[in-house]
Design a protein around this ligand. Structure first.
Ligand code: FES
Ligand SMILES: [Fe+2]
Length: 348
């Protein structure tokens, strides 16, 4: 079950072009996406309503797409505008078109009822367009359920183990107690890690002479949007002072593809040495190496779950953030599954 009345990240803006048709499955629904000449993103049901051939194998004709099986042509609103050899076009020959919004490098899609699409629910991912941050757009495909990725992102204790050689470097991260707070449609998590060793890439960038303090502070809101402020600073700095720290800002979006696969859009930005592209590339490579470690453990975990899906998982204290998030998400999913009461139906 997926939450439908929410904004999912469907793509990086540069993935959707005027002259191509991008196929992408989101919450189990196959879509074809393209951009009109005016720049508007179109996300349409990929299954041609005639005989169900996929439209992404069709061709662009202006702002329309023509199915290359029997030639039906649809405009950007999904309306069929041409049937070769037939003059009368029945009004019901129509493709579903989903609301989309392009904002700060991400294309967001509303998979639920179009009349409920509320743009104020789109998170402000400010570092995606701020000149104070530099980064490289990134994407990974995971063969696991999206909730397992949400769990992973809501418990950074795994940095000490999954990312021992990339992000972690010591058990200190797992030992530091996170603070978890409820926020609107999600949770806020912060974790201060005192007097620890820098991660290898921190050491490479910061040349620290000894121990460091690290911090992670992030929001995680439905349907899987993470916005993180983090950094590392020498312990020689005043307690609680981030002066001289290496600071990072990360935007990440977990979008279910199917119940066994997930799209993962992310970037890790830095706000120091902005004129040196090799720093940006080095951070990007370090992040990617670490996320491939997540991919390995999460896909292996999914296989274990699939072997015995009915076996219960046993909780520990570190699960606080992910348990809270799952409850919030589940409550929203259940709320939208409730049919309108008979009295409401009469009013409508
Ligand atoms: S299946 Fe698309 S035109 Fe027939
Ligand atoms: Fe991780």
């Amino acid at each position: 079950m997926y939450l439908k009345n929410c904004w999912y990240v469907a793509a990086w803006d540069h993935e959707i072009l005027v002259d191509t048709l991008l196929q992408r499955t989101i919450i189990g629904e196959s879509l074809v996406m393209y951009r009109t000449a005016a720049g508007q993103v179109v996300a349409m049901d990929n299954r041609c309503c005639h005989r169900h051939a996929p439209l992404h194998l069709g061709r662009r004709e202006g702002d329309c797409v023509r199915c290359m099986y029997h030639g039906l042509k649809y405009d950007a609103t999904g309306k069929c505008v041409d049937i070769p050899g037939q003059e009368m076009i029945p009004a019901k020959l129509m493709q579903r078109v989903y609301p989309t919004v392009q904002r700060k490098r991400w294309v967001w899609i509303w998979m639920g009822k179009p009349e409920l699409a509320d743009e104020s629910l789109i998170q402000d991912m400010f570092s995606l367009t701020s000149p104070e941050w530099r980064w490289i757009p990134s994407y990974l495909h995971y063969n696991c359920n999206y909730l397992n990725i949400c769990d992973n992102l809501l418990d950074f204790s795994h940095l000490s183990y999954v990312h021992e050689k990339t992000f972690g470097g010591s058990p200190n991260i797992a030992e530091a107690k996170p603070e978890v707070k409820r926020i609107e449609r999600g949770v806020a998590v912060s974790r201060d890690v005192k007097n620890t060793v820098p991660a290898p890439y921190h050491q490479r960038l910061g040349q620290f002479s000894g121990k460091v303090n690290r911090w992670f502070s992030y929001d995680f809101v439905v349907p899987g949007i993470l916005r993180l402020d983090g950094g590392v600073v020498s312990v020689d700095n005043a307690e609680g002072d981030h002066t001289g720290a290496l600071r990072f800002h990360s935007c990440q979006a977990v979008t279910p593809e199917t119940d066994q696969s997930t799209h993962y859009f992310y970037m890790q930005a830095h706000n120091f040495r902005l004129d040196d592209a090799t720093i940006t590339e080095s951070i990007h490579q370090s992040q990617r190496a670490a996320f491939l470690e997540d991919k390995t453990i999460l896909e292996a975990q999914q296989q274990m779950i699939n072997q015995s899906p009915d076996v219960a998982m046993l909780p520990i204290a570190a699960d606080l953030g992910l348990s809270q998030y799952r409850r919030i998400l589940q409550a929203l999913i259940e709320a939208e599954a409730v049919p309108p009461s008979p009295s409401m139906a009469l009013v409508e």
